[in-house]
Design a protein around this ligand. Structure first.
Ligand code: SF4
Ligand code: SF4
Length: 696
């Protein structure tokens, strides 16, 4: 009878689960594709991030607590599988033939049951009694809190009943002198309390706990797909499906490439892709049916832990944007619209959409594309990519970019720079560079090639380096270093145009690709192999994004270039120039988080003999300066503070008298911050190149 009841409950539980997963599968099938390859790399990421929990350990105490719960679950899972087999076959301890392995796993399971019970009790205490900022936010409804508390109680009851099974099994077998399968370090101690209980009662108590435990699992696993705790099933697979490209790389819209090709050569452009064109959908994402199935998967896997929002510069400074809310909104909207989409097809409309009815344009334009959220997310969700897709819709379908960005797009199109300047002005920065009374002439690639010379490096100046008054000075100092090093280089001069980084992050993929294709044609015609640049945005675009469009170069950021020259002894520094200074270093998001260059700038600072004081938020955790993603060119969204002020306050707290950067945008924001705080007399902002050139 027990077996029949058990099998019946298994069938009902699995049928319920099958129904829930089938529904999710059908929803995913309606969405845009997401292709999976590089399985080996995915397994490594899963082992490191999901099983090894390396991201969670950034906050060691709470990270260790979460990791213990996950590892405990994985061990206890073996015991749960045994319960299934026992229940179906009507036997006890069916896996005990594994001998010593069985003993080890069950000993660990017994210990982990206690550890998880303790951890979950602490989590419950934090949720209910402590005001943890990460757990709040406009997206965290009362229901979401209750949901979390309910799930924690269920887990606690599962651990208590598991310990109950072990305790009463152990006490019963001791009392009747039966063999004990497995080792129970925790339960064997607790079992001592029941030494005087009758064997029948102990057996009954063991059975009650057994049935409670297994039925609670069945109920829990059927509640999960409808609660925020669906992540229990989805988060490990979501890590397996992680983006494997650098955080800074934005995927190329091939439909736009086709459009541009069609403009350039209308007769050939569509030859290869007629099928694709028949299925042409709108640019970017307006509503859930425009997303990929991976976007929906992300929203189901999101644990709603709030780590992303807690590091988001926009959220920290009181703006409406919360990356966690973006995930929650996608899931909510899918739940609302998907059943009708399934029944009535993709043309179904309920006169609502993800943009506006769930996520406002104010939220979307507040993003600095700093990728702090993606870096922090324990399950590798990439929020900026979906935010960018929505910006793409606004810009390319609705022409609804903020007015300042529209001006930037026009300038890029007309002048090859985000500012209103002419191409002729692009070389003014190089007019008067003097080192030791010698005027340095900056070589132009076209001139060198006319003399049949091919320099080793192309120095990509970038729009900011060519036009921004402060960064022009950095360019001049860097040229002095190149001259000192006798580097074989040249610049494109007036042939250089904006890389398209700002246009792309502002959602204008068309403008980006036009710029990129034009630049790539010039670079490839000149057979450029190696590029040095001082601008991390240009570095990221040239290195990570141009290859998609046929531009393959070895791209070197000047901090790496200068560090190598220092390490190889080619640069000898005067150690006195900055000897009495205290320096703090602001990591540019596009150099650090997105391209993992952390040590070169720090090594350079150590070589100029200054004291380096790190800000609390540094390296992977560094706070954005607030300029990226087109923000530097537009008014910030409403909040309680501007991002650059939040960052400069952190700079000032270090007590440093120099804040070093290695990015033109960061330099602008730091300089503005210093002025805003009236610290011009106490603090300077220098580029890493200026540290070296002043010390030559
Ligand atoms: S997106 Fe990631 S970091 Fe943000 S709440 Fe979800 S799981 Fe946590
Ligand atoms: S990329 Fe930066 S600004 Fe944008 S949502 Fe993520 S953390 Fe916030």
């Amino acid at each position: 009878m027990n077996q029949i009841i058990f099998i019946l409950t298994v069938v009902i539980a699995l049928a319920g689960l099958f129904y829930s997963f089938r529904r999710v599968f059908l929803y995913m099938k309606m969405l845009k594709p997401f292709y999976i390859k590089d399985y080996g790399q995915r397994i490594v990421v899963t082992l490191k991030v999901a099983i090894g929990q390396i991201k969670i350990f950034k906050r060691p105490i709470i990270g260790a607590m979460h990791a213990l719960v996950l590892w405990g679950f994985l061990i206890i899972l073996v015991g749960t599988i045994e319960m299934f087999v026992d229940g179906i076959l009507g036997i006890d301890k069916s896996l005990s033939f594994f001998g010593i392995f069985y003993d080890i796993i069950f000993a660990l399971g017994d210990i982990f049951a206690l550890i998880i019970a303790i951890m979950v009790t602490i989590f419950l205490f934090r949720r209910i009694f402590l005001n943890i900022k990460r757990f709040s936010g406009i997206e965290m409804t009362h229901k979401a809190h209750l949901d979390a508390i309910l799930a924690l109680f269920i887990i606690l009851s599962l651990m208590i009943s598991l310990l109950g099974i072990n305790v009463f099994y152990y006490a019963h077998n001791i009392s009747v002198g039966a063999e004990i399968h497995g080792v129970y370090p925790v339960s064997s101690i607790i079992a001592g309390l029941f030494a005087n209980t009758s064997a029948d009662t102990l057996h009954l108590l063991e059975r009650i706990n057994w049935w409670f435990h297994i039925e609670a699992i069945f109920i829990f696993m059927n509640i999960l797909p409808y609660s925020k705790h669906f992540h229990v099933f989805m988060s490990i697979p979501n890590v397996f499906l992680s983006r494997l490209t650098p955080l800074g790389k934005i995927d190329t819209m091939t439909s736009i490439t086709e459009e541009i090709k069609s403009m350039l050569a209308p007769e050939t452009a569509f030859e290869e892709n007629e099928e694709e064109l028949e299925d042409l959908q709108r640019f970017g994402v307006l509503d859930v049916e425009d997303t990929t199935w991976k976007n929906y998967f992300d929203s189901l896997a999101c644990t709603q832990c709030g780590r992303c929002s807690s590091v988001c510069p926009a959220n920290i400074t009181g703006k409406k944007l919360s990356p966690r809310k973006v995930m929650i909104d996608i899931r909510k909207r899918m739940k609302e619209k998907a059943p009708s989409l399934l029944k009535q097809g993709k043309t179904f409309s309920d006169e609502k959409s993800l943009i506006n009815d769930y996520i406002t344009t104010e939220e979307l334009w507040a993003c600095t594309t700093c990728n702090a959220c993606a870096e922090e997310c324990p399950i590798n969700i990439n929020h900026p990519s979906i935010i960018l897709e929505m910006r793409r819709y606004l810009v390319m379908e609705e022409s609804a970019a903020p007015s300042e960005l529209n001006v930037v797009f026009q300038n890029i199109e007309n002048n090859g720079a985000p500012w209103q300047v002419s191409f002729e002005d692009r070389m003014l920065w190089a007019d008067n560079i003097i080192l030791n009374d010698i005027k340095i002439e900056v070589p132009i690639l076209a001139d060198l090639q006319a003399e049949e010379k091919q320099p080793e490096y192309l120095f990509w100046v970038g729009s900011a380096g060519s036009i921004d008054d402060r960064y022009k000075k950095v360019m001049q100092e860097f040229i002095k270093i190149l001259y000192y090093l006798k580097t074989d280089y040249a610049v494109l001069g007036m042939e250089e145009s904006d890389s398209g980084d700002i246009a792309r992050r502002g959602g204008n993929e068309m403008s980006f690709q036009m710029q990129a294709l034009m630049n790539i044609e010039i670079l490839n015609n000149y057979k450029v192999k190696k590029i040095i640049t001082c601008d991390p945005h240009e570095y990221n675009t040239l290195k990570n994004e141009y290859p998609d469009l046929g531009g393959n170069y070895e791209v070197i950021h000047h901090s790496d270039f200068l560090n190598s020259a220092l390490l190889s002894g080619k640069i000898k520094l005067n150690k006195d120039t900055f000897a009495k200074n205290i320096i703090t270093y602001h990591d540019p998001c596009y150099l650090g988080r997105m391209n993992k260059i952390y040590s070169s700038p720090r090594n350079i600072i150590s070589k100029v003999n200054s004291k380096l004081i790190e800000m609390p938020r540094n390296k992977t955790n560094a706070l954005c300066c607030g300029a990226g993603g087109g923000q530097m060119f537009k008014e910030a969204e409403k909040g309680n503070k501007e991002v650059f002020i939040e960052r400069i306050e952190e700079v000032i707290k270090t007590g440093a008298n120099i804040v070093v950067t290695s990015c033109p945008f960061c330099m602008t924001m730091m300089t503005d911050g210093i002025k805003y705080k009236n610290k011009d007399d106490d603090m300077k902002n220098l580029d890493i190149a200026e540290l070296i050139s002043a010390s030559l």
